[in-house]
Design a protein around this ligand. Sequence first.
Ligand code: XMP
Length: 418
Amino acid sequence: MEKELIIIIDFGGKYVQLIARQIRQFNVYCEILPYSTDFERIKAMAPKGFIFTGNVVDMNNPDVIEWTNRIHDLGLPIMSIDNLKASDNLKDFLYNTCHCSGSWRMSSYVELSIRRLKEKIGDQKVLCALSGGVDSSVAAVMISKAVGKQLTCIFVDHGLLRKNEADEVEEIFSNQFDLNLIRVNAQDRFYNKLAGVTDPESKRKIIGEEFIRVFEDEAKKIGRVDYLVQGTIYPDIIESGVGSGLVKSHHNVGGLPDYVDFKEIIEPLRDLFKDEVRQAGLVLGIPEKLVYRQPFPGPGLGVRIIGDITPDKVKILQEADYIYREEIAKAGLDKQISQYFAVLTNLKSVGVKNNERTYDYTVALRAVKTSDFMTAEYVEIPWEVLGKISTRIVNEVDHVNRICYDITGKPPATIEWE
Ligand code: XMP
């Protein structure tokens, strides 16, 4: 049992995880429980205080009144939070009213998660779809620390990864971590399914579904597994429409394989925000290079190529994006920017090269700063750096003759273009 526990009582609503995150930011451990949780269980957890939040449950219902009265009778501090601007009061409540010392660290969260995963999984088999992104990597390593080689990871190269990425992922996970890694080269399957498709949501759905089919084909070879791991993090859940309107159908939420024989999904990161996932990754001993790798969407370059996707366009974008990333790193800006990437627009325009007319693509560059990826600001990259990137891309990448820089925040734009 953790010392200095704060229990958040969830009366329904969408802010409960944001409050949990704020509490963790004050280095205090918290757990979220639904309002009807068994009273004796709550008492046995010996919390230092309670936060009541949410507005879905009818507080005038006699059962709810009786239940909350029993909590009040414990004589412990209780704070009710209805909106998100509670930070100052919250800090005061945690430190001065509940007398928490603020000694909790992410390492405790990771330790507890590993312990719980170990208990849950026992000697059973686990399967994980590894994308090489931060989320699935942290989820996989956390599970491998709990159950070692009982975990098998399948890495699908859908042909929409960044330049050299597939080889890098294979290298890191085969050599540095003790897990079974299977790499599937499925580029052609994806390109065939995507041929001629231009609608962003259709592309996302096709990539997500094909991913599942490829994954299933490989999983069938392994046979029955008990658990399937997903690297879902909290913002994925919010943005996929739980608690708010659908923005985009996220690749790693909701779509589950039909034919993989497993009994349960495990989502070890589903309560964490992106910055917390990175902290957990460092605690787990994942190299900084990978932990601070910028996020990369499940559908990959598929949502960064506007219009239909062809292998040639993928190649153009990979090259342009590689130059962009290389120059940002050279300028020492990579650590200051949360996410930066090139987009291949479907806009062609007239240019001139070696005294000849060209009619080629426009590449857009995007760079944003954000802590939670739910809102974001564009980054003011110095002109000279942008100029150098632009010159290199138009000189070194065929079929690109114009570069634009995206200066829109989120909202109203989203981070990805599709
Ligand atoms: P948006 O474009 O929604 O992106 O502002 C927010 C963050 O989510 C990433 N993203 C995804 N991540 N599967 C993912 O795992 C997806 O389908 C997906 N779509 C967007 C995006 O790169 C940004 O970091």
